[in-house]
Design a protein around this ligand. Sequence first.
Ligand code: HEC
Length: 114
Amino acid sequence: MRRLVIFIFCLTFWLLAACGSGTSSGIEKQAVDSGISDVQALYEQRCATCHGLQGNMAMGGARKLTESALPKEEVLAQIRYGKGAMPPFREMLSEEEMTALADYVFTFRPTSKP
Ligand code: HEC
């Protein structure tokens, strides 16, 4: 009887340990996912407050990205250095993130692509 208790105890412990390691690999995956592979989330976090989720909002003098006609280099420069009421992002975002966002804003335009 005592052996059975010990066995069950060990089994429970082993299962918990297995579950534990499962969660930790989940966290690692999340860290990878939070990279620029999720540019939409990055946009929602950094840009949507002023430009709207669909790029069609113009809060506090911001431009509608759906109506923007800037070429990619200027979009990138504006994300990097800011303009007017738009803050510069070069110290908050990596080069890869800014480039990904510059590409992303083109998805709001009805026709032109970068
Ligand atoms: C605090 C509000 C604010 C945030 C946050 C913001 N912007 Fe802006 N954005 C503006 C304003 C204001 C302008 C207009 C600047 C001007 O021309 O005077 C602008 C202009 C732009 C333009 C140029 C549009 C055009 O055709 O003139 C682009 C592209 C742009 N923003 C992209 C972004 C991206 C990408 C992000 C996120 C990384 C972002 N913005 C975050 C306020 C903001």
